[in-house]
Ligand binder design. Structure first.
Ligand code: WT7
Length: 586
């Protein structure tokens, strides 16, 4: 079977929560969704109450909430156990002075401690700041400093990467481990738990407008921005979990993202637990065998991952999955980067499921453009607007473009999941709303006559490698801190597996000669200070970089054109001295 771009793939015949898209769009009202929540009657708001505690009070305490698998290690927690554990950790936080609105950072690998530490913070009205486990010193410091972190939960391995003494607001470091794993000044969380009694009423109530979690996202200029989400987002997260992820009573749900990323928190914790599913947590990195074995072992029914992961599984060939019983799978979703029609074809042929692409961003707090399990998929399209969400393609003046024309992908800023603010940065927040009432995504796209949206790329220089947004500015800034690097320009180079890879063009200082050892040292410099995903996979040394004549700004557009053998377009601003790519040969 070949799937041409745009050809329809019909749904597999099953019952889904959302059966009739058109009807849902016509009759939709966010207020109707509010009735699902306990606060609709009580007026008392807390995300964790809706995710865990209420299930216990409603008789589901014995239901499995977490199934954790990491190699041979397996742990299981019921909703009742999770309620108790989050109460207990929250009691310890309170003992160390954490109050409503304080920022609690969590730097842990994907394991139950990480999920519990995040939820415990939210339970007492603090703002959780979860950090991706791959971050290195500077990425951690930038975020904790910006946010004024007061307490950190980490472990004795990752904790070594945190420059604690450089964060003046940091009062307490809890190590998810035993006292012998703690360094001077650190406190063993496990010992604290043994020595404290959990307060079953530790919960702090708030309002729908209260912030509860911050996720940092890289921008094309400046340091990463802290996107603060508010409790109200649960309305959006619950309903997208129900309609898009199609979570039902007995589902076993696996989202492969770390909760430091927004996908890992919204669709790794809230959406499945607001819908009372069992959440599978897989510790460890990507490895095709262990991924398939997770599906078999846990009996995963809903699986949410990213195109790079699907492409990696495809690259393993068509035999590997035959070693596993994957028949439990009924619904598969994807996010973060364009989903190739080829991957959808592979999933249908090999796994007997369609892959449902979803589009959203850290700032949007939840799904906006989606493929529903009951609706036809057009390969190459990200799907259609979720009911209650208005998507439009606008031109530079904020005017809506006709169907089929490429323009800025924008969303009406009138739905419950949209970010509350950018931490400490009102100007940046405002910059998302240049046209009255619209959120501007920075993505380019077009819409067809049936409302399907087709992604066409970013409107800025942001790089998307394996679904992670990488700022060329951040990588360039780090590169030029290396003593050998005089100048740097960074672009995304198309890559069959990762979508894009980070490619750096550098000019060396006068005293340095290029060598593979030096280039490797420079690559590691970025890797060790920021993170592995920021480190350039390719570095090329040039004699000069293309710059604008007047301001001397590096023209990434020209670098990209050189790399791809394309016409660089308007070069009237280009400094006449640098008209071609002249590599320095060692
Ligand atoms: C950017 C947002 C919250 C999702 C995880 C990434 C790109 C996201 C898709 C998709 C093509 C996509 C966009 C977007 N993106 N989903 N289905 N198809 N591109 O969150 O790090 O905030 O990045 O990821 O460019 O703007 P993020």
């Amino acid at each position: 079977m070949t799937l041409a771009y745009g050809n329809l793939i019909q749904p597999l015949q099953r019952e889904h929560h959302l059966q009739d898209y058109q009807k849902a769009v016509e009759s939709f009202n966010w207020q109707d969704v509010e009735q699902h929540f306990t606060w609709y009657k009580t007026g008392k708001v807390n995300m964790v109450y809706e995710c865990l505690d209420r299930h216990v009070y409603e008789g589901y305490g014995d239901k499995l909430a977490i199934h954790y698998i990491n190699g041979d290690i397996e742990e299981k927690y019921t909703f009742a156990q999770l309620k108790q554990k989050t109460d207990h950790v929250a009691t310890v936080y309170k003992k160390y002075g954490i109050q409503k609105g304080d920022r609690v950072f969590i730097f842990l690998p994907k394991n139950p401690d990480c999920y519990i530490a995040i939820l415990a913070a939210i339970k007492i009205g603090a703002i959780a700041g979860p950090l991706f486990e791959g971050f290195m010193e500077e990425s951690i410091k930038d975020r904790m400093l910006d946010c004024g972190a007061k307490l950190l939960v980490t472990d004795h391995v990752l904790g070594k990467r945190v420059p604690k003494s450089t964060i003046p607001t940091l009062e307490t470091v809890l190590i998810a481990g035993e006292p012998e794993q703690c360094e001077a000044g650190e406190i063993s969380l496990y010992a604290e738990l043994r020595n404290t009694v959990a307060d079953a009423n530790v919960i702090e109530w708030g309002t729908l407008d209260d912030g509860f979690i911050i996720h940092y996202t890289s921008g094309s200029t400046g340091k990463p921005k802290g996107v603060l989400h508010r409790q109200k987002a649960m309305i959006h997260q619950y309903l997208t979990g129900k309609w898009v992820c199609d979570v039902k009573e007995d589902d076993v749900y696996w989202c492969t993202s770390h909760p430091g990323w927004v996908t890992g928190s919204v669709y790794g914790l809230y959406a499945p637990w607001l819908n009372r599913a069992t959440v599978v947590i897989h510790g460890g990195r990507f490895d095709a065998d262990s991924w398939y074995s997770i599906i078999e072992k846990a009996g995963v029914t809903i699986w949410y991952s990213a195109p790079t992961a699907f492409r990696m599984l495809m690259a393993e060939g068509e035999q590997l999955h035959l070693n596993y019983d994957l028949s439990s799978l009924r619904h598969v979703l994807s996010v973060g980067e364009p989903l190739n029609p080829e991957a959808i074809r592979w999933a249908i042929e090999e796994l007997n499921v369609r892959i449902h692409d979803t589009w959203w961003m850290t700032e949007t707090g939840g799904h906006l453009i989606v493929n529903f399990p009951s609706q036809p998929i057009k390969p190459g399209s990200m799907g259609r607007a979720f009911p209650g969400i208005t998507v439009a393609i606008l031109d530079e003046d904020g005017q809506e473009l006709p169907n089929g024309e490429i323009g800025q992908l924008c969303v009406k800023a009138d739905y419950p999941g949209l970010m509350k603010e950018i931490w400490n940065n009102p100007e940046k927040f405002q910059s998302y709303f240049p046209y009255e009432g619209w959120y501007v995504s920075g993505d380019m796209a077009y819409k067809d006559d049936e409302g399907y949206i087709f992604f066409q790329g970013r409107n800025d220089d942001m790089i998307n490698s394996a679904g992670e947004s990488i700022s060329p500015f951040e990588v360039e800034s780090k590169l030029i801190e290396h003593p050998a690097v005089a100048e740097a320009g960074v672009i995304g180079k198309p890559d069959a597996l990762r979508g894009e890879i980070v490619k750096a063009f550098i000019v060396l200082g006068p005293l340095y000669k290029p060598s593979s050892a030096l280039l490797e040292e420079i690559r590691l410099f970025v890797r060790n200070h920021l993170s592995a995903h920021n480190a350039p996979r390719e570095i090329e040394v040039l004699e000069q970089l293309p710059k604008t004549r007047i301001s001397g700004k590096i023209m990434r557009r020209v670098l990209k054109a050189w790399e791809l053998n394309l016409d660089p377009g308007d070069t009237s601003q280009l400094d006449g001295g640098v008209l071609a790519r002249v590599a320095v040969v060692s």
